[in-house]
Design a protein around this ligand. Structure first.
Ligand code: DGL
Length: 268
């Protein structure tokens, strides 16, 4: 291959979209951080709402679904994969990196580090799906920081469904959260980590129920920065100065979820 051919191919690859996926519309919270940081990149987002939630399924099921999501995007032609789902990352990111060894695969994990570092020896509540909190990846994270803070993992089955249904505020959600956080209203926490990409969409409701003084963290911005770093390292940043294109797909073919995803992306 001549040098100029190689360069053409490299430039073409740089212009390919970044593939971003989640079990549903939650990953849009990561996509919005990616587009804010790298507006000139092209993106394809795939939400698997037909099979959400993932966090209460078995490890085998989540691995199978995660591979199907990744394959869908790879077939469309992407230069990198962002696993915008804490649950899928816990279950399968290592295996995905083995299968797609020729492209960067970036995962997400609960933003425990900034929460722990922000407030001395704080009480830190970690909200996530049952699977994220059960898997080895989170156990390692917990071990790293457990001397520096009192870390309180709280599985939140049922919360993803509110976001998938487009319910981001209101009495039904607040009743659910009041019950979920009952213990922490009596014994308040200093920080809360949103360890599921759906939760940033209900952050105002979470803040209201936990109290205004609780600092809330999520991993979206960190994942976007890591994606940029990896793309730069691999020579894959898009040199275009124009605003990129964002395509949204969903496994629930009715168009309703793609519309919800667009609303969530544009609402902020
Ligand atoms: N957005 C996914 C996450 O970050 C939600 C998982 C689910 O579908 O239960 O964990």
């Amino acid at each position: 291959m001549s040098e100029s051919q190689k360069t053409d191919e490299e430039v073409q690859r740089q212009r390919l979209p970044i593939g971003v996926f989640d079990s549903g519309v939650g990953g849009i919270s990561v996509l919005r951080e990616l587009t804010a940081l790298m507006p000139n990149e092209n993106y394809i987002f795939y939400g698997d709402s037909a099979h959400a939630p993932y966090g209460t399924k078995t490890l085998e099921e989540v691995r199978r679904l995660t591979f199907a999501d990744a394959e869908y995007l790879v077939r469309l032609g992407v230069k990198a994969l962002v696993v915008a789902c804490n649950t899928a990352t816990s279950a399968a990111v290592t295996l995905l990196r083995e299968r797609y060894a020729d492209m960067p695969v970036i995962g997400i994990e609960p933003a425990l580090k900034p929460a722990v570092l922000s407030a001395g020896h704080a009480r830190v509540l970690v909200l996530a799906t049952p699977m994220t909190l059960r898997e080895e990846k989170f156990c390692h994270l917990l071990c790293r920081f457990k001397e520096q803070a009192e870390i309180l993992p709280l599985p939140c089955p049922g919360l993803v469904e509110f976001v998938e249904d487009g319910i981001l505020c209101g009495p039904k959600l607040e009743r659910f959260l009041t019950e979920l956080f009952a213990e922490y209203r009596e014994h308040p926490v200093d920080c809360a980590v949103l360890g599921c990409t759906h939760y940033p969409f209900v952050k105002p409701a979470i803040q209201k129920i936990l109290g205004e003084r609780v600092r809330i963290f999520d991993g979206g911005a960190g994942t976007a920065r890591e994606t940029k770093r990896r793309l730069r390292e691999c020579g894959l940043l898009n040199p275009s100065l124009q605003k990129g294109e964002i395509r949204l797909y969903n496994s629930q073919g009715s168009g309703e979820m793609a519309r919800l995803a667009r609303t969530l992306l544009e609402a902020l």
